[in-house]
Design a protein around this ligand. Sequence first.
Ligand code: DON
Length: 305
Amino acid sequence: MFSLLNTLVEKNKKYGREGKVASYIPALSEANPDELGIYVVDSRGKEYYSGDYNAKFTIQSISKIVSLILAIRDNGRENVFKKVDVEPTGMGFNSIVNLEASDSGKPYNPMINAGAIVTTSLIDGKDVNEKLEKILEFMRTVTNNDDISVNERVYLSEKETGNRNRALAYFMKSTGVLDGDVEEILDLYFKQCSIEVTARDLARFGAVLANDGVIPWTNEKFIPKDVCRIVKTIMVTCGMYDASGDFAVKVGIPAKSGVGGGILATVPRKFGIGIYGPSLDEKGNSIAGINIITDLANELDLSIF
Ligand code: DON
């Protein structure tokens, strides 16, 4: 496995040059587009890695999986899906038009920004700090990494420039989909997106999902199996935004991307995979990341279909 990963990193690094690092959040524009790292954790907790697997980056939209899991844990699935649908959009992750066009008035799914702002609003806690602590504690457990924390610089950069998310949130407040203080909800959303991780952290989280919520290194049952199933299904249909269909055909693995360059993938009962490659394609997915996971899925026959 190690030599396969080394070969695939060397082969796919070049794609970094064909994309662009995110710049709409200014602090993200400092990333090195040539970096590419991959980390794989199997269902018994054995780990394999290559390239820039130790590089730190912000989790961004991959945090949408966490807020969905915590929202379901705190409210039950019926109450969550009263506020957010589970249908793909075919549009960009921060589309405004599809929010107004939605028949139900709800965001299309929890993997786009509007949907994640809703799931974030459903996390219980007395204030932003307590809710953030719950998110961080969850992340520390599924990554076996007590150092997980928020990158303050990225958080402040997001907060300063996040007007598109403000537009989505205030629109949902006006239609009654969003309850509570909009600025506080957004503050938590910006903080959760700014949590710093490595490819290793994502791979371990992916392994927990692959294992139906049982943590491979402790055998603790941490996430209910039915919640893992819901999350993995939504990752297949919506996790790679409006490239989800293409990704399902080419790769066939539940996955979630973030504009920080991360991809978390989970191969049921086999592997958790974490990838870092900050150069993005036009849909906002890691360009070298998509290429390397396509190769890995082909080499190891990982498609679930
Ligand atoms: O809210 C945003 O726009 C970012 N914090 C997260 C977006 C994101 O990662 C979409 N990913 N492809």
